[in-house]
Design a protein around this ligand. Structure first.
Ligand code: GLU
Length: 428
């Protein structure tokens, strides 16, 4: 999927992409230049180096990041990812996308992102636990339930969040220990997590596809879809689409690409990947396919649900899908976007498409804060209502301004900042 020599371009590209997306939308609404100046830069950037003892007794030093872009609408919010491509520019880009995502969703949050530059497959569970705990300790009071609330992202999960919570609580004075449950979201249910947070992102991706299809009068039954990335987002999106009668015809993950024209069973594939260290390669009843040919596979819906900058000027002309639903953050680069626009391929932008995750996080945070426990049904119902409102708002804005969905989504988000900065002014 991403070869190491491409990594540099990938991370540089992400920051360029988010800046271009922001500036294009800001131009469209003639954004006040003073507000533009503020939003173009991040508020705080933390880089930490910390030592961890490995299983063999040696010490390794890791580099972790937390970038806080903007908090004028509420506490910083966003995931932590464990991946070799994590660096300061990647964290900046991803933090900015979180700002637009939470603003668009109408949540009382700002944007942040961070993580550790490492390949988690090279470490044991015990090592990952020590790395996570030591990283949390290094972040110290730069995170907090009303300040900056991390969540899962690429290669982190509910277990990672439980370690962060436990470390954070253990290093606080006794009186603060039980009231800080909402310092992270995406926790296991037994440790203060919320029903439905596990599937929230994928369910949200599925919903935006469903709303788009309803709007276009296209039934999802028998529609062919391809998914890049079969982690939490790729799996749950496929799960809900399959339930609707759509057919998963190709999957690509970090290990390879598989296809089956008749459809791959989502649940069987999930069970297979679990048994095979997360890899989908070798799944029975599937044919391997060249990684480079993935985006050219014949389908109706394409769901990039892995890393940034996967859809490029090189593969965009070959895409057969009529819809791209961005489960990942920043999967389409700016040059590809222009080609897709010319080819009339709709894109449901990441800041709308995958916002079910952070909306689910908001629900978890609210429950922790208020001492409430909601049922799965309640969570999914509330999530669907919010996703529908957000989709409608983007669709209406796109129609009113004759722009694509991404520009419409950015405009809605930026307008919230125009309002808050105009009302609050600038200190002093
Ligand atoms: N990492 C997810 C995202 O990119 C979720 C963030 C959150 O829940 O705070 O939206």
């Amino acid at each position: 999927m991403i070869k190491s020599k491409e990594k540099k371009n990938q991370k540089q590209g992400m920051l360029e992409n988010v800046m271009t997306q922001f500036n294009q939308a800001a131009d469209l609404i003639d954004l006040n230049p003073n507000i533009r100046k503020i939003l173009e830069v991040t508020n705080n950037e933390l880089v930490v180096h910390f030592p961890v003892r490995m299983d063999n007794g040696e010490v390794e030093v890791f580099t972790g990041y937390r970038v806080q872009h903007n908090n004028s609408l509420g506490p910083y919010k966003g995931g932590l990812r464990y991946h070799p491509t994590v660096d300061i520019d990647a964290a900046r880009a991803l933090a900015m996308w979180m700002t637009w995502k939470t603003a668009l969703a109408g949540l009382p949050y700002g944007g942040a992102k961070g993580g550790i530059q490492l390949d988690p497959s090279k470490y044991s569970m015990a090592e990952l636990e020590r790395i996570t705990r030591r990283f949390t300790y290094a972040l110290g009071d730069n995170i907090g339930p009303e300040l900056d609330i991390p969540a899962p992202d690429v290669n982190t999960n509910a277990q990672t969040m439980a370690w962060i919570l436990d470390t954070y609580m253990s290093t606080k004075p006794p009186a603060a220990r039980s009231s800080n449950m909402h310092v992270v979201t995406g926790k296991p249910i037994g440790a203060g997590g919320s029903e439905g947070r596990d599937r929230a992102t994928g369910f949200g991706v599925f919903l935006t596809i469903k709303f788009w299809a309803e709007h276009k009068n296209i039934p999802l039954e028998n529609k062919r879809f391809i998914v890049q990335g079969f982690g939490n987002v790729g799996y749950w999106t496929s799960h809900f689409l399959e339930k609707e009668g759509a057919k998963l015809v190709a999957v690509q993950d970090a290990f390879g690409t598989i296809t089956n024209d008749e459809g791959l069973s989502v649940e069987d594939l999930f069970a297979y990947a679990k048994e095979n260290e997360g890899s989908i390669v070798g799944f029975p009843n599937s044919t391997p396919c060249d990684n480079a040919d993935f985006f050219a596979i014949d389908c109706d819906i394409c769901i990039p649900a892995a890393l940034g900058n996967q859809i490029t000027a090189e593969n965009a002309p070959l895409i057969k899908a009529k819809l791209i639903a961005e489960g990942a953050n920043g999967p389409t680069d700016v040059s590809a976007e222009m080609i897709l626009r010319e080819r009339n391929i709709d894109v449901i932008p990441d800041i709308l498409c995958n916002s079910g995750g952070v909306i689910g996080s908001y629900f978890e945070w609210l429950q922790n804060r208020n001492g409430e426990i909601w049922s799965l049904e309640e969570v999914l119902q509330k999530l669907e209502k919010k996703m529908r409102e957000n989709f409608e708002r983007v669709k209406n804005k796109a129609e009113a301004r004759s722009v694509d969905y991404r520009s419409a989504a950015f405009i809605i988000a930026i307008e919230r900042f125009e309002q808050v900065y105009t009302q609050r002014g600038i200190f002093p």
